[in-house]
Design a protein around this ligand. Structure first.
Ligand code: SF4
Length: 504
């Protein structure tokens, strides 16, 4: 059997880092972890090939070669997935589709031969068994949660690692919280399911043996869902492995804000090599936090929490949302002030949307406010329901937030605000590589010479060299990120220098 695993294209979004990748000579941020894990679950004797359409072209000869094309996608890849299905149909090749996009809306896709939905650890073996017996069904679903102890190490040998900025692994699925707009609990449940420490270490070792050095993103939606196990088993095991392998990786992940309540956990994460966490802050408005059931963020000084995490040595990236029923037009300025004061450099501000099946979706449906399917990109100015606030005021206010926080002045101010707080634990020995020099030269040319932000760029470069020389590479990285976000959001809004803008 010949299996072609295909990852559809991602459009240009906040997380695609399209314009930043060019500085570091990479094609995409992460490889398709789900497909690589599925590949490892297929019979060993089957031939497998991976085409990630984000880093390479899908050729007709690949489709002709395959007995089956396996597609996995998330909602943002819908358009590319649809085109891919059409191409497969035209080539006469059978399609197996799975992953979050198809799990939540498989009925919208014609032409798929078999849907293998929900978690592959449960449904894929059932499909393979039926296929062997010549009686494969159209659809496989499950209402059970998989035991992650069964999840194999992804087939890294199928990937050309040189094309990606970071690698990724998964330690857990599920989140104990229950935010109204979130579909993670719908897809993976509220009881965090985890891998064992031996599995995690084996996955790190397999990345190492495959030749990877650099960043590793733990894709868990809430890495700290089971704090006890992390502190007792997982983080000490990772720290031990990292010491043995001379700190070849640095880790980033996603956590809830209650990370800031647990100093021991933050310390252990930093010692294990974590340097970045993405946290869903959402909003400084208490009523909106109550509305979306984000009680873990309520009744706390969110800025103090962020600063505390930063001081422990973890860069905080933040998710923010506007468009809650309880938001009034003052929310836009409040969000801007919050983001600037927090020193959250990478701030993903999105409009509230209601993914299918979430509690928010059902509430809005009851209230007759649903409009259409979501685009999957919550930063493209689209909204799939009728907001309480006047639509035009909401969109204008949203654009105002983006054009302000990503204006060169505000952005570079935020970078400095963060670097002043940040105290990284540096165990990793800096090894100079020629490509770093290439990245620096490119940033000098595009940002320092022809870029509109050149004044702010040079100010940051000299300030970091003089005051925080160890953080100089990070300062350059942030300058590149800023360029990336301005270009990405510039597709929707106009970002100017905002020299005269006054922040409260
Ligand atoms: S904390 Fe994050 S992952 Fe968990 S339910 Fe809320 S938004 Fe979803």
């Amino acid at each position: 059997m010949k299996i072609l695993l295909v990852c559809p294209e991602y459009p240009d979004t906040f997380w695609s880092f399209k314009y930043a990748l060019k500085f570091i000579f990479k094609k995409a941020v992460n490889p398709p972890l789900g497909l690589l894990t599925v590949a490892a679950m297929l019979p060993e004797e089957w031939e497998k090939k991976l085409v990630d359409m984000n880093v390479m072209t899908l050729n007709d000869k690949d489709l002709k070669w395959a007995d089956f094309v396996f597609i996995s996608a998330i909602s943002i890849q819908k358009e590319s997935a649809q085109k891919l299905i059409t191409r497969c149909k035209e080539a006469g090749v059978k399609i197996v589709a799975g992953g979050p996009l198809f799990t939540t809306k498989y009925e919208e896709f014609d032409g798929v031969t078999h849907f293998v939905l929900n978690e592959a650890e449960i449904t894929l073996p059932l499909f393979l068994e039926d296929l062997r017996n010549g009686c494969a069904k159209y659809i496989y679903t499950s209402d059970q949660w998989a035991d992650l102890k069964e999840t194999p190490i992804p087939s890294w040998d199928l990937v050309n690692m040189k094309k990606y900025a970071t690698m990724n692994i998964q330690y857990s699925r599920g989140c104990p919280f229950n935010c109204e707009f979130c579909d993670i609990t719908l897809l993976y449940g509220r009881i965090p399911r985890t891998k064992s420490k031996d599995q995690v270490v084996a996955e790190l070792e397999s990345l190492y043996l495959q030749g990877w050095r650099g960043g590793v993103f733990l894709v868990d939606d809430n890495f700290i869902g089971n704090k006890r196990k992390l502190k007792k088993e997982i983080l000490p095991a990772i720290a031990k492995w990292m010491g043995w392998r001379k700190y070849v990786f640095s880790f980033a992940t996603q956590t809830s804000i209650d990370l800031s309540d647990d100093e021991e956990l933050m310390q252990l994460m930093v010692e294990a090599g974590f340097d970045t966490v993405f946290v869903g802050i959402e909003t400084p408005n208490e009523e909106s936090l109550a509305e979306c059931n984000k009680f873990q963020n309520k009744n706390r000084d969110l800025i103090a929490c962020v600063k505390k995490i930063q001081r422990f040595g973890l860069q905080v990236q933040g998710g923010f949302i506007v468009g809650f029923d309880n938001d009034t037009p003052s929310i836009f300025q409040r969000q801007i002030s919050f983001i600037q004061k927090s020193g959250i450099v990478t701030a993903m501000v999105g409009l509230l949307n209601a993914p299918a099946g979430t509690r928010l979706y059902h509430r809005l449906k009851k209230e007759n406010r649903l409009l259409k399917a979501i685009s999957g990109d919550n930063t493209d100015c689209s909204i799939n329901f009728i907001p309480k606030m006047d639509y035009q005021i909401l969109i204008d206010g949203y654009k105002k937030i983006l054009s302000t926080i990503y204006s060169p002045r505000c952005y570079y101010e935020r970078v400095k605000e963060f670097l002043k707080e940040y105290k990284p634990l540096q165990k990793r020995i800096f090894q100079f590589r020629l490509k770093y020099f290439g990245t620096l030269l490119k940033s000098i040319l595009l940002l320092g010479i022809i870029g509109k932000e050149r004044f702010y760029y040079w100010k940051l470069i000299f300030w970091s060299l003089l005051r925080h020389p160890r953080l100089f590479p990070l300062a350059v990285t942030f300058a590149i990120y800023g360029f990336n976000f301005r270009k990405t959001f510039g597709n929707y809004i106009e970002i100017r220098s905002n020299k005269k803008l006054r922040l409260p």
